[in-house]
Each structure stands twice: as C-alpha cells, then as structure tokens.
Design a protein around this ligand. Structure first.
Ligand code: AOF
Ligand code: ZN
Length: 337
C-alpha cells in the first residue's frame, strides 16, 4: 500500500534522530503532492524543531501544501513545549490531509493534536504501520504509559551459560564497542553495590564517543563513601540510590530510597526523570528485575569461544527473540518482553 510506503519513509527518517532526541520520541514526516515527495523532515535534536516543522520548511513551493498529504509517524503535538504546537502549524498551512502512524500518549498531547486537526476540518487518518511506529519509541511510550523508565537488561555469558566472576572479560572487542555505543544512546546505566565495589566500572562510552550516560548505583548503605572509585570522580552525571540522604554534591546526586525492591527503584528513577535504563549487573540485581517482571528488553552477548565455569550461572528468562547479530566471536541476541 502506498500509505505504508510513505509511513515507512517516516520511520526511516525518524531513526536519523537516534541517540540525539531522547527523552523525546524519534519522529519522521513526509509531505506528498500528487504521489511525489515534496518535503521531508525529522526531529533531530532534543529541544529542537519537531519533524513537521522541518518537513514544512523543506517544501520549496508552499502553495502546494493545501493540495498535499502530510505523513507523520506520531500524532502532531498540541501543546506549547519547547516549540509551538505542530497541529497549529499544519492547520495554518491548510494541508489537505494528515496521515498519522500512532497516537502520542504523552498526557499533554494524547489525542488533543488529532482533535485540533479534525476541528479545523482536516481529513485525518490514524494507525498506518501503528505497531512499527510504536516500536520505534518503546522507551517513550513505556515511560508515559507505565509511569516508569524503559528497562533493558544487559549481560555477557560464556558459551556454556556462565557470567563473569571476578572481572573476567567474556566478550570480544566488537561487543565492547557496541556496548559503548549503547552507553552513548541510552539515558542511564544501573549497577548494584557488589559490581561497583568489585569491578570499579566507569560506565562511560570511551571506546565510542564522548556522550556519556547517567550512571546509577544502588548503594543502600553507602558502602562507596570515601572509597577511591571511578564512580565518584565527578566526570559524569552520577546517581547514588541509598537509604540515608537526598543531596547533590557536584555531579553526584544522592537519592533516598526506603528499600531495594525493583518497584521502589523504578519509582525513584521515574521521579528523577529517567526515561530509559540499562541494568548491567550483577546477577542478583538482574534476577530481581526478572522476578519482579520489570523488564522490557534483554540484550545478551554469548561468547562462542569462552567456556569457563568458575563464574555464576547466567539468568534465565522468557521473552520473544527479536534480533540476532554476529559480532566476531560473540553473538548478540535481543529479546523484547
Ligand atoms: C511532534 N513532532 O517531531 C515530536 C513530538 O518539549 P517539546 O516542545 O520538544 O515537546 C516534546 C513532546 O512533543 C514530546 O514529549 C512528544 O509528546 C512530542 N514530540 N511531537 O508533533 C515531533 N518529537
Ligand atoms: Zn510537535
């Protein structure tokens, strides 16, 4: 179907914003006049112009707009945020028809954009490639609909199903590089106290770029206090979930929690505006989230080479396999819950 073809192009454009627009959604927009694309745009920078604005800007002959159809992967916004409402822009240009991939469930929009377009007498069609458009922004929709961050569990295991014990490297360089790319794309990375003290991780993206995530540790009893750890070096935004204090010192934010239950942790993360989080270990923390059914995605590296057995058995879980990627000596499997 021709409509799906244009919506597919919207998704392709939207993906150009990957890693640059979060926590906003990735959005793409295509403007079609008599079966020809006369304008394209996408949301390319957090706080910057929305997809529809860029698409309209790119149209050379604006007199064609009242005869054109606008395809957009997400419902045009209806609110004054960092930019004025896109629905108003489309109405001002009197576009003929708007085809929308999926509804925006952010409470300030949530159907209001569609209502504005319809009230202006515009022809509106909703739900073209709807599931693909929603999958594009799984983190965004999870945050607004489930009132918690999107949760990704990540670990590496040996060919025979073991996780690293005392800081033994399981994955090869390709896997490492991809992990560092993720560190530049996802908003936050979370570890437990044991991993912090044992591995002294930096949780940055040094092998890929200079865009680092917020690093978070559950250090309930503040065992890290006064220790010489990378985590406390003030080189990147850091959150310490603990039972003693709420306080911010330089780049370190201490956030008080009453217990270490996964639900308590995700509530705390939601309140400090964390939209997506990758849990990197250790095993106990990963399993507590699996048991609490608080997982949206699994990313598991499996070595084809390393088979040591003196580590810990890797977690077990049930989810739908979405993608398999071969990375040198490792295999990455991505599962959606
Ligand atoms: C659109 N087109 O390209 C995007 C939309 O703070 P602001 O002004 O950037 O608004 C962010 C919200 O706008 C975001 O939460 C989502 O509901 C919507 N994003 N809407 O019409 C776009 N990126
Ligand atoms: Zn907008």
């Amino acid at each position: 179907m021709i409509e799906e073809k244009y919506m597919q192009r919207c998704i392709q454009l939207a993906l150009k914003g990957k890693g640059k627009v979060a926590p906003n959604p990735m959005v793409g927009c295509v403007i079609v006049y008599k079966n020809n694309i006369i304008g394209e745009g996408f949301h390319s920078q957090y706080g910057g112009a929305h997809a529809e604005v860029n698409a309209i800007d790119s149209v050379l002959d604006k007199t064609l707009l009242p005869l054109s159809t606008v395809y957009v992967s997400l419902e045009p916004c209806a609110h004054f945020g960092k930019t004025p409402p896109c629905a108003n822009l489309l109405i001002a240009h009197k576009v003929k028809k708007v085809v929308i991939g999926c509804v925006d469930t952010f409470s300030k929009v949530a159907g209001k954009g569609i209502a504005l377009l319809k009230a202006a007498g515009m022809d509106v069609e909703i739900g073209i490639l709807e599931q693909d458009c929603r999958d594009l922004n799984r983190a965004f929709f999870t945050f607004h609909e489930k009132i918690r961050p999107y949760i990704i569990l990540k670990w590496a295991e040996t060919a025979n199903g073991y996780m690293a014990g005392e800081r033994k490297q399981i994955s090869g360089n390709n896997a490492q590089l991809l992990l560092h790319k993720w560190r530049s794309e996802e908003q936050a990375f979370l570890i437990g106290t044991y991993t912090l003290m044992q591995d002294n991780p930096q949780l940055n993206s040094r092998h890929f770029s200079h865009k680092n995530p917020i690093r978070i540790v559950i250090d309930f009893d503040l065992k890290s206090e006064g220790k010489n750890l990378h985590f406390l070096d003030n080189k990147q935004a850091t959150v310490i979930l603990n039972r003693h204090k709420n306080e911010t010192i330089n780049t370190i934010q201490y956030v008080k929690i009453d217990n270490k239950e996964p639900q308590t942790i995700v509530n705390a993360l939601y309140h400090i505006d964390i939209h997506s989080v990758v849990i990197e270990g250790g095993k106990q923390l990963l399993e507590s989230f699996i048991n609490a059914k608080l997982v949206d995605e699994y990313r598991v590296f499996t070595s084809t080479k390393n088979t040591f057995i003196d580590g810990l058995k890797a977690p077990k879980f049930k989810a739908q396999l979405k993608q398999t990627i071969v990375l040198g000596e490792d295999i990455l499997n991505i599962y959606f819950k």
